[in-house]
Design a protein around this ligand. Sequence first.
Ligand SMILES: [Zn+2]
Length: 55
Amino acid sequence: MAKTLKPGRLCKLGKDDISKHFRELTQVTRTSNFLCGKCARSASDKKRLCRPLEM
Ligand SMILES: [Zn+2]
């Protein structure tokens, strides 16, 4: 089981991953500049979203 969040897309995370990595996710999303146009997730790095839209 990975202790740190994978570098992949936040869009792929299931609810278990989200609760497991919640602290890390708060860091990644705190300064979000992008919102996924498909999944409505946000991230500071557009590579973490499958359909990033600038906010
Ligand atoms: Zn997405």
